[in-house]
Design a protein around this ligand. Structure first.
Ligand SMILES: C[S@@+](CC[C@H](N)C(=O)[O-])C[C@H]1O[C@@H](n2cnc3c(N)ncnc32)[C@H](O)[C@@H]1O
Length: 245
């Protein structure tokens, strides 16, 4: 599938647990960042499970009615594109997929109304957070996914090139004390491959970090493996690390 812009489209918290291979019980008492949060319900689900979560997205500057309108428009637009997509398995249940986005939106709007402080307007590659201020940092459906089409992503725009990915990954690592998980780490094709930028990004990790691909069982209509990239600090961050941008 191809898209002309980044869509304001969000998955449910349950979807996020599946594609990040995440068990919230492991993170109780810890701080989690979900960037981009989009109109997704991960932060609401995490809080309900006793995990402090902050969602960050550039569109969180918009009002609730604007966010809702933007999401509904983008879901309709994306579903039109998806229906024509050669990357989609014919048996994939598109109605169920769309329904999940609507459920995520409802939960997102309710949670954001009740806990506005958990939703921060911010854009990669410069986040307004202190170094190592989250234990776990999650990033779904932006890196790799929105690489240009020629590079294995779905974007018709050139903006999220390899240099942008290097800077975005460095920023996700900077704000994390322990782990960063990124999904997808594969190309957007009917038969996905590991995204070609995984290797250069792993080769350029800062000291103290190690990364590996992990298989997931999340089904978004592809045929074949759909890995997640998991990065772990094996050396604790220094207390005088780099400051927030
Ligand atoms: C397809 S949604 C993904 C939302 C959610 N993480 C998920 O997996 O469903 C992509 C999101 O990226 C946000 N976005 C666009 N540019 C961004 C940037 N430079 N930094 C962070 N988020 C960005 C968009 O506003 C949109 O909400």
């Amino acid at each position: 599938m191809d898209l002309p812009r980044v869509v304001f489209f969000g998955r449910t918290g349950a979807d996020a647990l599946a594609f990040f291979n995440l068990d919230l019980a492991d993170w109780r008492g810890h701080r989690v960042l979900d960037c981009p949060g989009g109109p997704g319900s991960f932060t609401a689900l995490a809080r309900a499970a006793g995990v402090e979560s902050v969602a960050a997205d550039p569109l969180y500057t918009l009002s609730l009615p604007e966010l809702e309108r933007r999401c509904r428009d983008d879901v309709a637009f994306t579903m039109e594109r998806l229906a024509l997509s050669p990357t989609l398995r014919p048996d994939f249940d598109q109605d169920r997929f769309r329904q999940g986005k609507m459920e995520a939106l409802e939960a997102f709007l309710a949670d954001r109304r009740e806990h506005p402080q958990a939703y921060r307007a911010a854009a990669l590659p410069c986040l307004p957070f202190e170094a190592a201020s989250f234990d776990l940092v999650l990033s779904g459906h932006l890196l790799f996914c929105y690489a240009p089409i020629a590079d294995g992503g779905l974007s018709e725009q050139p903006d999220f090139d390899l240099d942008w990915h290097r800077r975005a990954l460095a920023e996700l690592l900077r704000v994390s004390r322990q782990e960063v998980r990124i999904y997808p780490a594969h190309t957007i094709e009917r038969h996905p491959r590991v995204h070609p930028w995984v290797e250069p990004l792993l080769a350029g990790l800062p000291p103290g970090w190690q990364g590996q691909l992990e298989p997931t069982t999340y089904d978004e209509g592809f045929e074949g493996e759909t890995p997640m990239l998991r990065l772990r600090r094996h050396i604790a961050p220094s207390p005088s690390g780099p400051e927030a941008h």
